[in-house]
Ligand binder design. Structure first.
Ligand code: HPA
Ligand code: ZN
Length: 367
């Protein structure tokens, strides 16, 4: 077992984040190539398709923004906050995630948040990003929809110019809120149709099946948005069926529990439906007890179209490289498998066909 895997053993279901995180720039020799797993992953061009931008808010930036905006946090310092990152399920995490957002008030805050993420992943050879944002988490606190969009779009432009990272944004509907709130939020998005590529569904899954938002997603599709939904993270396979058949999603976020239903697995494979899998998130939220039990290997064996992503990197102990390394070493993925999964990120993206063909050709040329 390699050093990367040893490090990730510290990232356990139900335990606080170690400080500093266990990812180090070294590792074991990978398949006799002379390259470490860590180096091989670092060199892969990557596309991230499942990242909640508010979940990239690192404790240090949270405290800096709290100071700038005179917001009082419940924790005295960064160390105390990190010590609270000991989640046993999705709701545990969401409770802190929504508290963390309280420091985001101005356009500059959203800009700084997104630029910090882009800067971080630029150093991990991430070339393309589709990120989620949760406007209802902000408008409910009196922050204007436009403030959020303006800060994020300004960061997208600067990330393209400074880091060469292209990106699109996906607006998520909070599924614990009601349909009327979702419809109002969709209406707010319509004037920004040119800036928002898709509509997604996130927050507390169990008890809030995709069908609750059937009419919202129909309207979003009619308005020309692409569609995604979190399904099968904690919820049953029936939620994945609903995401596909009732909402008509173009990708499924997570989808882990699909494996409990062989007919669903067959359907996902037949439709070449992309799954945005997030290993460190699954570990930290106790969807899996140990990384060695992660369903990714079974997904690959079933011929599913999987991508790897970070979900909420500031809360789960790692960005893209750490997710590739954590699951790659725990499941002994080969160099070819890791490369194929990285390529899938571009292939499953919402790039228009010509842009995607160019990105895939560049990936295949190794540039
Ligand atoms: N799952 C569901 N909703 C979320 C998540 C997640 O991991 N992160 C932010 N909102
Ligand atoms: Zn997510």
């Amino acid at each position: 077992m390699g050093e990367a895997s040893e490090g990730f053993r510290q990232l356990r279901c139900g335990f606080p984040l170690p400080n500093p995180p266990p990812y180090r720039g070294r590792g074991f020799c990978f398949l006799g190539s002379g390259m470490t797993l860590t180096d091989a992953i670092a060199r892969l061009p990557k596309a991230e398709l499942h990242i909640h931008i508010e979940g990239s808010l690192e404790p240090e930036l949270m405290f800096a923004l709290a100071k700038r905006n005179n917001v009082r946090l419940r924790y005295p310092d960064v160390e105390a906050l990190r010590a609270a990152y000991a989640f046993t399920n999705l709701q545990d995490f969401l409770d802190l995630y929504y508290q963390g957002m309280s420091v985001l008030l101005t356009e500059a805050d959203f800009y700084d948040l997104a630029m910090a993420y882009f800067r971080k992943v630029a150093g991990q050879n991430v070339r393309y990003v589709e990120f989620f944002f949760d406007p209802q988490g902000h408008t409910a606190r009196g922050v204007a929809f436009e403030t959020v969009i303006n800060g994020l779009t300004r960061a997208q432009a600067d990330a393209a110019a400074q880091f060469g990272i292209q990106s699109r944004m996906i607006m998520c509907i909070l599924r614990h809120l009601d349909e009327a709130d979702a419809l109002r939020t969709l209406d707010q998005a319509l004037p920004y149709k040119d800036k928002i590529a898709g509509i997604g569904l996130d927050s507390s899954e169990v008890g809030h099946p995709p069908s609750k938002f059937k009419r919202v997603f129909r309207r979003a599709r009619d308005a020309g948005f692409l569609l995604v939904a979190h399904a099968g993270e904690e919820g049953p396979p029936s939620y994945v069926w609903e995401a596909i058949d009732v909402l008509g999603v173009d990708r499924v976020d997570h989808g882990n529990r699909s494996l409990e239903d062989p007919a669903l697995v067959q359907r996902l494979a037949k439709d070449r439906m992309a799954l945005t899998v997030c290993p460190l998130s699954n570990l930290r939220l106790c969807g899996v007890k140990r990384m060695e039990e992660h369903p990714l290997r079974r997904m690959l064996d079933a011929g599913l179209f999987v991508t790897l992503n970070s979900d909420d990197p500031a809360y789960f102990g790692g960005y893209m490289n750490e997710n590739f390394a954590g699951v790659g070493s725990a499941l002994s993925l080969s160099a070819a498998e890791l490369r194929q999964i990285a390529r899938n990120g571009f292939a499953a993206s919402f790039m228009p066909e010509a842009e995607k063909a160019k990105a895939l050709a560049a990936f295949d040329r190794g540039v």
